[in-house]
Design a protein around this ligand. Structure first.
Ligand SMILES: O=C(O)C(=O)C[C@H](O)[C@H](O)COP(=O)(O)O
Length: 225
């Protein structure tokens, strides 16, 4: 995760990317679900929680999680505009995630003072952000953009950038990403099946989160593509 204080010199090692092998990507429709859902993720071993700004409930959900869920590190995802970056920071987000990045958006992310993870999917996008001092980036949409083989190809020419690939990743494909030296963690929504969330079945969410939190153990047996 890039933070203004540390990004230029070295990759941060204690940001939200370093807390668990998976950052859950959450879409919240019902604000009353925000706190129990986040508690289930934290109990399952996934403390960094990315709430996407795709629903009217999102900012309120970030506020509630920040205030009420012990052990959670809540962030905002799907940040598309400078206004959204500021609103998420005001709501209590501790990190910001974007699917792509522009100069304007980069400046707004930086100006919040929060950790941020700008989205990239090409080498030139990676190099542009690298020139600005960014060392932690999202790789999105991961599966559609070339998946683990693509990131593996980047590890040698650009060894000092870490990625959080997100988009289409499953428990089956996650280990091939996590085995790469330039992958800090992966993002995904599979531990939040829409039927379980709609039924407020937090036991299922917690169990899936727990499995996800142990995924790094499986990388030993996986062969990076
Ligand atoms: O909202 C954003 O900022 C995004 O970039 C998109 C999310 O990362 C993906 O929607 C999560 O991917 P899935 O695991 O395939 O659901």
């Amino acid at each position: 995760m890039t933070s203004p204080a540390s990004s230029a010199a070295t990759a941060a090692t204690t940001g939200p990317l370093d807390l668990a092998p998976v950052v859950p990507v959450v879409i919240i429709d019902d604000i009353e679900s925000a706190v129990p859902l986040a508690r289930a993720l934290v109990a399952g071993g996934l403390p960094a929680v990315e709430v996407t700004l795709r629903t009217p409930a999102a900012l309120g959900a970030i506020e509630r999680i920040a205030a009420e869920v012990e052990g959670a590190r809540v962030g905002a995802g799907t940040v598309l505009t400078p206004d959204q970056a500021k609103a998420a920071a005001d709501a209590g987000a501790t990190f910001l995630v974007t699917p792509g990045c522009t100069e304007t958006l980069y400046a707004a992310l930086r100006d919040t003072g929060l950790d941020f993870l700008p989205g990239t999917s090409t080498v030139s996008e990676v190099l542009r952000l690298r020139e600005l001092g960014v060392r932690d980036m999202k790789f999105f949409p991961a599966e559609a953009s070339g998946g683990a083989p693509y990131l593996k190809s980047l590890a040698s020419p650009v060894p000092d950038v870490r990625f959080c690939p997100t988009g289409g990743i499953t428990p089956a494909s996650a280990p091939s990403y996590l085995a790469l030296p330039n992958v800090a963690c992966v993002g995904g929504s599979w531990m939040l099946p829409s039927d379980a969330v709609a039924a407020r079945d937090w036991h299922t969410v917690e169990a899936l989160a727990r499995e996800a939190s142990r995924l790094r153990d499986k990388t030993a047996g996986s062969t990076p593509a």
